[in-house]
Write a protein that binds this ligand. Sequence first.
Ligand code: CA
Length: 241
Amino acid sequence: MTKAMFLVLVVEDDAGIRGMLETLLGAQHYRVVAAENAARGVIEARNHRPDLVIVDLGLPDRDGLSLIRDIRRFAATPILVLSARTAEADKIAALDAGADDYVSKPFSTPELMARVRAALRRRVSSGERLPSLCFGPVRVDLAARTAHGPAGPLHLTPLEYRVLDCLARHAGMIVTQAELLREAWGAERAGDSRGLRTYVKMLRQKLEPDPRRPQYLITEPGVGYRLLPVDEDPGPSEPRG
Ligand code: CA
């Protein structure tokens, strides 16, 4: 799938930022539809069925959070929030409303574009077989539930695989503590963030080259975790002549 086939809906009332996003995304060969308020955003989301929606939270007609909830009623489209609100509570509220990722304003262009690619990658790969992931020399096959390090096979518990599955399905994006707990443990342990921290620490010890300085399994303070896009195992490589 080439980029030109991807359609991005931008819902942003600030004409300067809206224009800049249109230029940035257009330069990367994405198709762009823009809306200046939430009401228009819902209409464009229904009419165009975009592959990704970028939403500002401070919109003139109503809050971006309610727009996210509205879009979630009829579409599973990845939603990326771009907002000047930087408090942890605001990020959690947006992710809980159904957003997939959060970028704070002012934003760095390369970071925003990386998040856009991650969101679209997730859309393309969702429903496909879970990949093998490489953490430096450690390789994890999520479908077969096997892991190998430089010293041989590694043992991951079923719960550790579930945590990793959940992060891998949202690779590159924030997964909230509540979401991870719900998916890995089920509703009855939904408040156990200390237990979650313990499991993340154990996963880092097994997977990270230097567990004290995680390169892959990143903490988003107060919000949750993010698995940075790891290299998917390309399989045995053939020497090229
Ligand atoms: Ca705004």
